[in-house]
Design a protein around this ligand. Structure first.
Ligand code: ZN
Length: 411
């Protein structure tokens, strides 16, 4: 919240910091804006906005251009935009089938992205950290990298503690009690803050800030890959639980007569709706990953009965599980990410039917189910948002210390 009281103005350092943060958050979330729009959105005075933007301009974080007159009297308000090439973060995604590293500029633009396949075997965390480090050292040397890198955000397909990136369990990666945060610090060898969170939590954050759920304060993001993850935003805040483990919807028990899950239990939701469930029902081998799932979708689009039946059955279980989540969390929007985005057109009806049948009428009523709009990069974009957070919260700290001291100069 901006502290925009005219009487206080710039006198207090606390107020100045809060106001710098408010302006930066506006520009980062919503893109270029006129000074007048920033006045309206932050509640700050015109002169305060002018002064604070001057600070950002002097640091090279922001540029101003004269806006075209709109036919209204008075001077046109200059358009303020972030310089996305000035400051950026490294976003990392550790998925079962792929590893990805991106450089994301302030304002959320993906400036560079490297994605490599990951073998579906139990790869030690040290090897994964080493591969991530190689990818990072490649992207930071490429021309798209910004002047300064200020942090690293990591999305991992596992149950992870936010404070230190300790992965208690990542069944589909074959990890249990793995100090991922520590291993990444060692492998990267950068003096940058590294923040790690569950990939579906970050997918939810990304869709909330930049995708299908902008402006929605109560939403579920459900991502279907080999594992099934959930990110829950309630009252505008991410539900993390006591240590960051909340939202493990993939291991919600749904079928006591079902099959064994990688987590050690039986009949978890992901054994009925995850990628392997789709592939096996479509007469293919489990373990085929995204490309095989894509083949099933193509087959269904061409009218192949086995593929259509397989997708329908996944949809039935998907809607069944969602009905329970709707009863518990009362979301107004459910965003389907990962492979669910691809099968959405085929399962939309059966999911709605299941919600009708199994959810309580009152919480079911306001729910819309939509496909994610950020595609396969949602978790990466969320990881970038996580890494930007300290900077957005206190840009004054960075302005004071300058780009060089706390950041990795990548050029
Ligand atoms: Zn499980």
């Amino acid at each position: 919240m901006p502290v925009g009281l005219r009487a206080i103005g710039q006198r207090s350092e606390t107020v100045r910091r809060a106001n710098l943060s408010a302006i930066l958050r506006e520009l980062h979330a919503d893109g270029p804006a006129s000074r007048s729009a920033l006045v309206a959105r932050t509640g700050l005075t015109r002169s305060a906005i002018g002064h604070l933007i001057g600070e950002f301009v002097a640091a090279g974080l922001v540029s101003e251009e004269r806006a075209a007159p709109l036919g209204t009297p008075g001077r046109p308000s200059p358009l303020v935009r972030l310089e996305s090439n000035r400051v950026g973060v490294i976003a990392v995604e550790i998925e079962v089938d792929t590893l990805a590293v991106a450089i994301v500029g302030l304002g959320g633009e993906v400036l560079d992205l490297l994605r490599v396949d990951r073998e579906r075997t139990d790869i030690p965390v040290e090897d994964t950290a080493a591969t991530v480090a190689e990818l990072v050292s490649t992207v930071v040397r490429r021309p798209a990298a910004p002047d300064a890198i200020i942090g690293v955000g990591v999305a991992v397909a596992g149950v992870v503690r936010r404070t230190d990136g300790f992965v208690s369990m990542a069944p589909n990666l074959g990890w249990r009690d793995v100090p991922l945060g520590q291993r990444l610090v060692e492998a990267l060898g950068l003096s940058l803050p590294i923040t790690i969170a569950n990939e579906a939590d970050l997918g939810a954050l990304a869709e909330h800030r930049r995708g299908a759920a902008i402006g929605v304060s109560d939403l579920l993001y459900i991502s279907g890959e080999v594992g099934v993850g959930g990110g829950i935003i309630t009252g505008g805040n991410q539900l993390t639980g006591a240590a960051g483990y909340a939202g493990e919807v993939g291991h919600m028990p749904v079928n006591p007569q079902g099959i064994a899950c990688h987590c050690g239990s039986v009949g978890c939701w992901e054994t009925e709706v995850g990628l392997d469930a789709l592939l096996v029902r479509a007469g293919r081998q489990a373990g085929g990953g995204r490309s095989e799932a894509e083949a099933v979708v193509r087959e269904a689009a061409a009218g192949g009965p086995l593929a259509l039946q397989a997708i329908e059955e996944v949809g039935r279980w998907l809607g069944f599980g969602l009905a329970g989540l709707v009863n518990i969390f009362n979301p107004s929007l459910i965003v389907l990410g990962g492979s669910f985005t691809r099968i959405y057109p085929f399962v939309n009806e059966v999911v709605e039917h299941q919600l009708e049948h199994f959810a309580l009428p009152a919480p079911r009523l306001p729910v819309r189910v939509v496909p994610a709009t950020l595609g396969a990069d949602a978790s990466l974009i969320g990881a970038a948002e996580l890494a930007f957070e300290p900077f957005l919260a206190d840009p004054a700290h960075w302005l004071r210390s300058g780009a060089a001291s706390s950041a990795l100069a990548s050029a």
